[in-house]
Design a protein around this ligand. Structure first.
Ligand code: FES
Ligand SMILES: [Fe+2]
Length: 355
C-alpha cells in the first residue's frame, strides 16, 4: 500500500503540529500525505490550515506573514482569511469581491496539537483519551519528530508483543522468556483493542526508577487501542499500580515518512518520577524501535493474496489492521496501490504464512 496513493487516508483526522509552535504568530509549513499545507494561529485557541500554495503564482504561503487573523503571501502581498478566501490584493485596493480562493482544511485543537483533515467529510472522529484530564493523571509531551517509517509499520510494531525481547534487549526486553502470552483482540468502531501480558526484565537501573519496580523479572499488563489509521494508545499497567499510557500518532508525511507525535499520561507525580526521566526512558525505547522500523519496506501489503511476508501467532493484530483498512478501501471503491517492484514479485514468492 502506498499511503499517498489511497485517497481514503485524506478523510481521517491527524495531529500535525503542537500548538506552541504556532503561538509566536508565524505561519508554519507541514507536509501531510504528500500535500504541502500551511498552519497558523487565528486567535486565542483557534488555528487554521490550508494549501501551502498561493493561487496567484504558487508561492509558499508559509513564507508569508500574519496580519491579524489573515495570512499574507510574501510574493505580492495577497491576503487570505481562514476559509482560504483571498480578501485583499494590494495591487487592486478597490476590488470588492475577489474571485480567488485557496483550499482550506478542517482544523481542530486537542491534546496540545492542531489536528487537520484534508477533506471536508472525515471518516473518523478525534480519539477520546480517557486519561486526559482525569484526576490523578498528568500529561507529558515527549516527541515531535519525523522518521523514515510508515504508519502501518509503526502500528503493527506497537501491537506486536513478540518483538520486545529482541529489539528492546538493551532496555527492558526479556529475550529468555520470548514465548508470548495469550492475547485477546477485540475489533472496535475506531479500530481494535488488544489485551495481553508482556514479560519484561527490569535490569536497567534507570528503567527501574521510572517504572518504580526493582524486581528483576516482571510482567506488564497491556491494553492497547488502535485508532484507525495510524494512532495508538498503549496503556501499560505495572504490578505496583503505576499506569504509563503511551499515545502515538504516526502522522503520514508521505509514502515513506511519518511525523512521530507522542505524549504520555501517568498516574503519579513529578516528585515521584520527573517528566525528564520518563521522556529519557521512552526516548531510549523508541530509538530501539525506530532503528529497526526505518529498515522495513514502506509498502505494506494489505491484501492477503500478496503473500510476501511470513506470519506468526503474534502478528494477528497487524493482520487485523491490514484486513480492516483493505475492507474500508474496497467499500469506497478503492484498489490497493503497490510499488511496481513489489507488484513484480507478486506470484513469485511462496506463501509461508501459518497464522
Ligand atoms: S504568488 Fe502570492 S501574491 Fe503572487
Ligand atoms: Fe518496541
Amino acid at each position: 500500500m502506498l499511503i499517498t496513493q489511497q485517497p481514503m487516508f485524506r478523510h481521517f483526522w491527524y495531529p500535525v503540529m503542537p500548538t506552541h509552535l504556532l503561538d509566536a504568530g508565524h505561519p508554519k509549513a507541514f507536509r501531510l500525505l504528500g500535500e504541502d499545507i500551511v498552519l497558523w494561529k487565528v486567535g486565542e485557541g483557534r488555528y487554521a490550515s490550508m494549501e501551502d500554495r498561493c493561487c496567484h503564482r504558487t508561492a509558499k504561503l508559509s513564507m508569508g506573514w500574519l496580519e491579524n487573523d489573515r495570512i499574507v503571501c510574501g510574493y505580492h502581498g495577497w491576503a487570505y482569511d481562514c476559509t482560504g478566501q483571498c480578501v485583499s490584493m494590494p495591487q487592486s485596493p478597490e476590488a470588492q469581491k475577489i474571485p480567488y480562493k485557496v483550499k482550506s482544511h478542517l482544523t481542530e485543537v486537542r491534546y496540545g496539537y492542531v489536528w487537520v483533515c484534508l477533506e471536508p467529510d472525515p471518516i473518523n472522529t478525534i480519539p477520546v483519551l480517557e486519561e486526559d484530564g482525569a484526576p490523578g493523571f498528568r500529561l507529558i509531551h515527549e516527541f515531535y519528530e519525523p522518521c523514515r517509517a510508515t504508519g502501518l509499520r509503526l502500528m503493527e510494531n506497537f501491537f506486536d508483543f513478540s518483538h520486545t525481547g529482541f529489539v528492546h534487549k538493551g532496555t527492558f526486553g526479556n529475550m529468555v522468556d520470548a514465548k508470548p502470552r495469550k492475547t485477546e483482540i477485540e475489533e472496535t468502531e475506531h479500530g481494535l483493542v488488544l489485551r495481553g501480558d508482556v514479560p519484561v526484565l527490569n535490569a536497567d537501573e534507570h528503567i527501574q526508577r521510572v517504572v518504580r519496580d526493582s524486581g528483576l523479572e516482571s510482567v506488564r499488563h497491556m491494553v492497547s487501542q488502535w485508532y484507525m489509521p495510524f494512532m495508538r494508545k498503549s496503556q501499560i499497567n505495572y504490578p505496583n499500580g503505576l499506569i504509563h499510557s503511551l499515545v502515538t500518532s504516526a502522522t503520514p508525511i508521505d509514502d515513506e515518512r511519518s511525523m512521530l507525535c507522542q505524549w504520555i499520561y501517568r498516574n503519579d507525580t513529578e516528585a515521584e518520577v520527573s517528566a525528564a526521566d520518563c521522556i529519557e526512558m521512552d526516548r531510549r525505547i523508541t530509538n530501539e524501535d525506530i532503528l529497526i522500523l526505518e529498515g522495513l519496506d514502506p509498502d505494506v501489503p494489505l491484501a492477503p493474496a500478496h503473500a510476501e511476508e511470513a506470519h506468526m501467532y503474534t502478528d494477528r493484530p497487524g493482520l487485523a489492521m491490514r484486513r480492516r483498512l483493505l475492507k474500508m478501501m474496497e467499500a469506497r471503491g478503492e484498489k490497493e496501490v503497490r510499488t511496481p517492484r513489489n507488484l513484480a514479485r507478486f506470484g513469485i514468492r511462496v506463501e509461508t504464512a501459518s497464522a
